[in-house]
Design a protein. Structure first.
Length: 242
């Protein structure tokens, strides 16, 4: 993959870099994406399972799907894209990850400033008393039940729900102030997360997209690299180091 001189110059001279990531960055770790080529969307409808009403109506079915997703995410490992982002921390004073992913792979790769816009699948909480649970949730007849009797749900943002305000505000601030803003493996259609792209654009940032195909963001970015995140990011990092 040819990396342009402009990318190298912009990144090398940056003080603050934001990596805005989506499901595509974890595809090479074996976690299916929702949209795009090979997206899960065509096989089943995540919006029918990833919502609060579905949990109330059919907690067993929703939890079966989440147990399956939890298992895949737990078994997967950070790939060369997550690891490259973590390595950027050795060369730049401010490196921020604002991720739509719930798989915890950025933290497991060693990234320190990670804002989780859509929660984290490794956490769960009771919808009644708000007690938090890790992955050892107590099941009663296939349904996770808190000691207070309330239903337990994964601590992720479902369709129609608000984003964790602290995580979104911190991501917005970082996007406003950064010099380079990477958009990686996201279809850029899920709002309000995707609005960070426009926040960065309105600031002083140079926008670089990495995706296997063009997206809703492609027309406003400064440069697009069409390739796998696990190949393009290490290639950029290598140029920076030389
Ligand atoms: P998306 O599924 O809508 O889009 C994935 C994007 O990644 C597509 O544009 C696709 O072309 C691109 N892509 C696929 N493989 C790639 C690769 N190897 N390198 C670079 N790009 C690649 O994902 P989204 O925009 O993040 O929105 C989906 C929502 O679903 C998110 O909010 C997220 O919370 C959730 N989700 C999370 C995970 C996860 O945590 N790993 C997985 C699936 C869905």
């Amino acid at each position: 993959m040819k990396i342009s001189d402009e990318t190298i110059d912009r990144v090398k001279s940056a003080r603050s870099i934001v990596f805005f990531t989506g499901a595509g960055i974890s595809a090479e770790s074996g976690i299916p994406v929702f949209r795009g080529k090979d997206g899960l969307w065509s096989k089943l409808k995540p919006e029918e399972l990833a919502n609060f009403d579905a949990l109330l109506k059919n907690p067993k079915m929703v939890w079966e799907w989440y147990e399956h997703r939890k298992y895949i995410m737990k078994e997967s490992k950070p790939n060369s894209a997550h690891l490259a982002i973590s390595e950027f921390q050795n060369y730049f004073p401010e490196v921020t990850v604002a991720t739509q992913n719930i798989d915890n792979l950025h933290r497991r790769a060693g990234s320190k400033t990670v804002y989780e816009l859509h929660g984290n699948i490794e956490r769960n909480y009771c919808i009644n008393c708000h007690t938090f649970y890790n992955n050892d949730v107590p099941f009663v007849d296939g349904i996770p039940k808190c000691k207070c009797g309330g239903l337990i749900r994964p601590d992720v943002v479902w369709f129609g729900e608000f984003l964790p305000q602290d995580q979104f505000n911190a991501s917005e601030k970082a996007s406003e102030d950064c010099d380079v803003f990477f958009i990686i493996g996201t279809s850029a259609v899920v709002y309000p997360a995707a609005s960070l792209i426009y926040t960065a654009k309105a600031g002083k940032a140079y926008l670089i997209e990495i995706n296997i195909e063009s997206t809703e963001a492609s027309h406003i970015v400064d440069e697009s690299y069409f390739g796998k995140a696990g190949e393009v990011l290490p290639a950029i990092l290598e140029k920076i180091k030389n």
